[in-house]
Design a binder for this molecule. Structure first.
Ligand code: DSN
Length: 434
C-alpha cells in the first residue's frame, strides 16, 4: 500500500532500525486498506490525528494539570491540553473537561472514585445485555470495589419496546437499592438513550447520573443523538469510536465541585503522567469534530447502519430490537440458521475480508466466547466513503459467506470482491498498490 508521505517516511525510518516491526506495521496498513471494518467501536483516524500521535509530545512528563504541573518544561503542553479541554467543552456544550484518561475504562474508574466510596452501590445495565466491563463486571474494578445492581432490558417479544431499556424497571431497581450512582450508556445498544428520563430517576433516588457515551460520542457531539448534557452529572467517553480521534478517554461535567473531584480522582487517583502525544491528537480530532463535515459524517454513519440493518433483514436476519437508531446493530444469527454461532460467523467473515465481532444478543443462551450474535457498526466503513449501495452490497456478502458456512470457494470469491471495492474507496485517499 502506498501511504501518505509522512507515513511512508515514518515506515522507512522504522525499517532502518527495526525491519520486523516496520514490516508488521505495513502489513496492518494493508489489512485495514483491503478489508471492510465493521467493528462498531473502531474507526479510521485522519492522517492529521494519526501523525499528531507520533510526535515529540511523547517525550514529556506532565503530571498535574495546565498551570500546576509537577515537572518543568510544560509550557507547550499546558497550551495543548488547554486547547484540547476547550474544544471538548465546545463539542459537548459543558463547563469542565478532563482530557487525560488513557482509556474509557480509566475515565469510568475516575468517575467512580469521584462520586462513590468503596462498597457503594451503583445501578447499570448488565454486560451480557450490552453493558460494559467497567459497569460492574465481577472481576473488573467496578464489580470488585463497588456493589453493582443491574437493571434489565424490556423482554417481551412482539412488544414495541422488546430488547430496549425498560425505564420503569430502571426506576424499580433504583427505588429498591437506592444506588449512589446510576449509569447509562452502553457497548452494544442500538437505540436512542433517553437521558432526561434517566435523570428523573436519578433525582428521585438521589443518585449521580453518569453517562458513558463511549460508543455514541460523535453522534452526541453533533446532535445526531441527544446530548447527555444537561441531564448527566458526569459524562465519560472514549475518543476513538464515533468521535474518530486517537485511542483515549475523556470525562466531562457541568459541576465545578465534581470537576475538582474528577481531576483529583484521575490524577493522582488513577493515573500518573498523561500521554501528551495522545492529548495533542485528541485536540486535533476535536477540531475536526467541530466542523460541519463531521456532523454530515455522523448523519451518514446512522444512515449506513440503518441501510446495513435493512439489507440483512431483507435476507432473513433478525436485528435485535427491530433495527438501529445509531451506528451499530446486533444480528441474531439463529434466525437465519439455528446452528450458526457468532464465533463461526466472525471467523468466516474475516476470511472474506469483513471484520466483525461476535457478540451476545440480549438473553443469549450461548456463552460469550460462542454467542448467537454479531455486532456490526458503520463508523469506519462510512469514513472510507461507503454509502447506501455499498452497505447493501456488504449485507449480501455477509449472507453469501454465512450461507456457505465458511466454504472456501465462496469465501475466496467474496474476498476478491471486497478487495476490489476497498480499492475503489481508499481510506483517507491512500491508494492500494497491490
Ligand atoms: N471494547 C469496546 C467495544 O468494542 O465496545 C468497549 O470498550
Amino acid at each position: 500500500m502506498s501511504h501518505d508521505p509522512v507515513t511512508n517516511a515514518m515506515l522507512d525510518l522504522v525499517r532502518s532500525q527495526d525491519p520486523d516491526i516496520a514490516h508488521l506495521i505495513a502489513a496492518e496498513g494493508d489489512r485495514q486498506a483491503s478489508t471492510i471494518e465493521l467493528i462498531a467501536s473502531e474507526n479510521h483516524v485522519s492522517p492529521a490525528v494519526q501523525h499528531a500521535m507520533g510526535t515529540c509530545l511523547t517525550n514529556k512528563y506532565a503530571e498535574g494539570y495546565p498551570g500546576a504541573r509537577y515537572y518543568g518544561g510544560c509550557e507547550f503542553h499546558d497550551a495543548i491540553e488547554t486547547i484540547a479541554r476547550e474544544r471538548a467543552k465546545e463539542l459537548f456544550g459543558c463547563a469542565f473537561a478532563n482530557v487525560q484518561p488513557h482509556s474509557g475504562a480509566q475515565a469510568n474508574m475516575a468517575a467512580f472514585l469521584a462520586t462513590m466510596d468503596p462498597g457503594d452501590t451503583f445501578a447499570s445495565l448488565v454486560l451480557k445485555d450490552g453493558g460494559h466491563l467497567s459497569h460492574g463486571m465481577k472481576i473488573n474494578f467496578s464489580g470488585k470495589f463497588y456493589t453493582p445492581v443491574h437493571y434489565p432490558l424490556h423482554y417481551d417479544a412482539g412488544h414495541p419496546e422488546h430488547e430496549r431499556i425498560d425505564y420503569d424497571a430502571v426506576r424499580t431497581v433504583c427505588l429498591e437499592h437506592k444506588p449512589c450512582a446510576l449509569l447509562c450508556g452502553y457497548s452494544a445498544y442500538p437505540r436512542v438513550i433517553n437521558f432526561a428520563r434517566f435523570r428523573e430517576i436519578a433525582d428521585e433516588v438521589g443518585a449521580i447520573l453518569i453517562a458513558d457515551v463511549a460508543h455514541i460520542a460523535g453522534l452526541c457531539a453533533t446532535g445526531v443523538h441527544p446530548n447527555p448534557f444537561p441531564h448527566a452529572h458526569v459524562v465519560t467517553t472514549t475518543t476513538h469510536k464515533t468521535l474518530r480521534g486517537p485511542r483515549g478517554g475523556l470525562i466531562m461535567t457541568n459541576d465545578e465541585e465534581l470537576a475538582k473531584k474528577i481531576d483529583r480522582s484521575l490524577f493522582p487517583g488513577v493515573q500518573g503522567g498523561p500521554l501528551m502525544h495522545m492529548i495533542g491528537a485528541k485536540a486535533v480530532a476535536f477540531a475536526e469534530a467541530l466542523k460541519p463535515e463531521f456532523k454530515a459524517y455522523c448523519e451518514r454513519v446512522v444512515e449506513n447502519a440503518q441501510g446495513l440493518a435493512k439489507g440483512l433483514q431483507a435476507r432473513g436476519y433478525r436485528i435485535t430490537s427491530g433495527g438501529t437508531e445509531n451506528h451499530l446493530m446486533l444480528v441474531d444469527l439463529r434466525t437465519r440458521d439455528e446452528s450458526l454461532t457468532g464465533a463461526d460467523a466472525e471467523v468466516w467473515l474475516e476470511a472474506a475480508g469483513i471484520i466483525t465481532n461476535k457478540n451476545g444478543i440480549p438473553d443469549d443462551p450461548r456463552p460469550p466466547r460462542v454467542t448467537s450474535g454479531l455486532r456490526l457498526g458503520s463508523p469506519a466503513a462510512t469514513t472510507r466513503g461507503f454509502g447506501a449501495s455499498e452497505m447493501d452490497q456488504i449485507a449480501g456478502w455477509i449472507d453469501r459467506t454465512l450461507s456457505a458456512g465458511g466454504e472456501a470457494a465462496t469465501t475466496q470469491q467474496v474476498r476478491e470482491e471486497v478487495r476490489e471495492l476497498c480499492g475503489r474507496f481508499p481510506i483517507w485517499g491512500e491508494t492500494v498498490a497491490g
